[in-house]
Design a protein around this ligand. Structure first.
Ligand code: HEM
Length: 543
């Protein structure tokens, strides 16, 4: 009898579980579809559990199966699913990433609501677990008070007055890397795979801003993170099995070991710098402010405030080990360092890569940019901060590069409550997909030449370049806008200015135009570019 009761009880529990699963994976999505359909918003039909994942993957694989002509109309290749369904359902449509509904929104007025006027109703979505592991629990993913607290502490790193202190070091690194190139002695040419070359370069400057005088140790950690990124990219491309990341495969074991090593080295670095804080006060106060230094300083300050209220413990050690959730811990600092690498390194190197490719494709703009560099910088080998501010043509070229080839092609927000978006009722939990790349290529906003490389559209500034001031968002918008944009622009201008003065650029015959997205927008087959050494034009002119 007792046995039958147990079986009955168990079957009851299993039935409840099954009903819940069906409700979540079938009834709920169908109800959401109906809710949007009533408001005139449609999209590809939801399929049990996988949503539209199968179609998305197959559209993306087909689009990236071969290179494209030398055109900047890259939307159909890069965000093929968006391009495909926009033609059928219009610019605002509903698409399913598994059982999660995402509303694609590309109207600048609605974007203003999401990021600025109604931003309190939206939050960052949970990133894919593989990305979460890479990006760390730092500014990119934090929410609420903890995010605001960290952002306030870290912001001074990116003030222009602070960044300008990095110019001599960053410029020397570019020059050092250029001097290591050995062009063919007859024609003065050398072919470089620039996407990798620029990664090495940006790793250096992001390590400077993150670690300051602990930069050498920091760079070793960044190397391990770069390895971690390669493993994650491979997993991202090949594996669609749920729970795969928990399986003890060769790749996963390597990744777990790397994770432990990165954490161990970061904690040691933080411990060392904290313990030596008072001893190197002069050094700490003299150089550029770095993320690590600012966060340790904040941690020590907060800890000494709390210990002067409570008990007079050793400030430096309690700073690292405190349990108060509003105070900065060593773990918080380690996570922010990881975030810096993830958010700063490949984004900037991608901007450098696409800008160089564009200059190589459009020699007339390359000449204009070079003339400007020579006029502004004269015989100075390293452009000063003031020189960089005067490089207007180069700024326009960078803006156009970020418009046509934004390193981050889309971003996502999640509705924290039921919210009204431009008259449409959005239920709590719906994700909103903002396809930055599609907005940047929209002819209704940018005119008939939206897919052309025309930097002069920015001649009267960013706000006047398009029909709508919210149509240009390579660094996002509102309070969660990119904290590192000044650094990215500074490094890119500096690097391109130094290169243009010394080399003429053209695409290698091996170059295949194939922008694709794997976390960020990157060239699928690399970006080989031929650098031809120039006689320093400033010297040539003056002699
Ligand atoms: C061309 C280079 C870069 C591009 C295109 C770029 C783009 C972006 C975008 C679009 C966002 C907003 C994401 C969203 O709203 O969901 C963002 C946020 C962020 N970026 Fe960048 N970024 C670049 C360089 C950098 C650099 C150099 C750093 C730091 C070293 C950095 C650190 C961050 C951080 C920490 C956030 C999160 C800010 C917050 O939520 O408070 N980025 N970036």
């Amino acid at each position: 009898m007792e046995k039958w009761f147990k079986i009955l009880g168990l079957s009851f529990l299993v039935s409840i579980f099954m009903i819940r699963v069906v409700a979540y994976l079938w009834l709920r999505p169908k109800k959401i579809e109906e809710h949007f359909a009533k408001q005139g918003i449609r999209g590809p039909p939801y399929k049990f559990f996988i949503g539209n994942a199968k179609e998305i993957v197959s559209l993306m694989l087909k689009a990236s199966s071969q290179p494209m002509p030398f055109s900047h109309n890259i939307l159909p290749r890069v965000l093929s699913f968006y391009h495909h369904w926009k033609k059928i359902y219009g610019a605002t449509f509903l698409v399913w990433f598994g059982p999660t509904p995402r509303l694609a929104v590309a109207e600048p007025d609605l974007i203003r609501e999401i990021f600025t006027t109604k931003s309190e109703f939206y939050e960052k979505n949970e990133a894919h677990p593989l990305i979460r592991q890479l990006e760390g629990d730092g500014l990119l993913s934090l929410k609420g008070e903890k995010w605001a607290h960290h952002r306030k502490i870290i912001t001074p790193t990116f003030h222009m007055e602070n960044l300008k202190l990095l110019i001599p070091g960053a410029a020397s690194k570019v020059i050092e890397m250029l001097e290591k190139l050995t062009p063919n002695s007859k024609n003065g040419e050398i072919e470089i795979e620039i996407s990798e070359w620029f990664q090495t370069l940006t790793e250096d400057i992001v390590a400077q801003t993150a670690f300051g005088r602990s930069y050498e140790q920091g760079k070793a950690i960044f190397r391990l993170q770069a390895q971690q990124m390669v493993l994650a990219s491979e997993a991202f491309q090949k594996v669609f099995i749920p729970g795969y990341r928990f399986m003890p495969t060769k790749r996963n074991i390597k990744s777990w070991k790397l994770d432990t090593e990165i954490k161990k080295l970061l904690m040691k670095l933080i411990q060392d710098r904290t313990e030596n804080w008072g001893k190197n006060e002069m050094q700490e106060n003299n150089g550029p402010k770095d993320l690590l230094g600012l966060m340790i300083q904040a941690s020590i300050k907060e800890s000494s405030l709390s210990s002067s209220i409570n008990s007079p413990l050793n400030h430096h050690n309690s700073a690292l080990n405190n349990n108060n959730s509003s105070m900065i811990t060593a773990n918080d600092i380690a996570e922010e360092c990881k975030t810096f690498f993830f958010a700063g390194e490949q984004t900037t190197s991608n901007l450098l890569t696409w800008t160089t490719v564009l200059l190589a494709m459009h020699p007339q703009w390359q000449d204009l940019a070079r003339d400007e560099v020579i006029r502004v910088c004269g015989s100075r080998a390293i452009p000063s901060k003031d020189d960089l501010a005067k490089l207007k043509m180069l700024s326009m070229i960078l803006n156009e590069s970020l418009r046509l080839y934004p390193p981050i092609v889309a971003t996502i927000r999640r509705a924290k409550a039921d919210v009204d978006l431009g008259g449409c009722k959005i239920p709590l939990g719906t994700e909103v997909l903002i396809p930055i790349l599609a907005i940047h290529h929209d002819q209704a906003i940018w005119g008939n030449d939206a897919n052309e490389f025309n930097p002069s559209r920015f001649s009267e500034g960013v706000a006047r370049a398009a029909k709508h001031p919210m149509a240009y968002i390579p660094f996002g918008l509102g309070v969660r806008q990119c904290i590192g944009q000044n650094l990215a622009i500074l490094q890119t201008k500096l690097t391109i200015a130094i290169i243009l003065k010394r080399f003429a650029l053209r695409l290698s015959p091996q170059y295949k135009h194939a922008p694709t997205v794997l976390m960020l927008l990157h060239p699928q087959y690399g970006a080989p570019v031929i650098f031809k050494r120039l006689i320093d034009p400033a010297i040539a002119k003056s002699s």
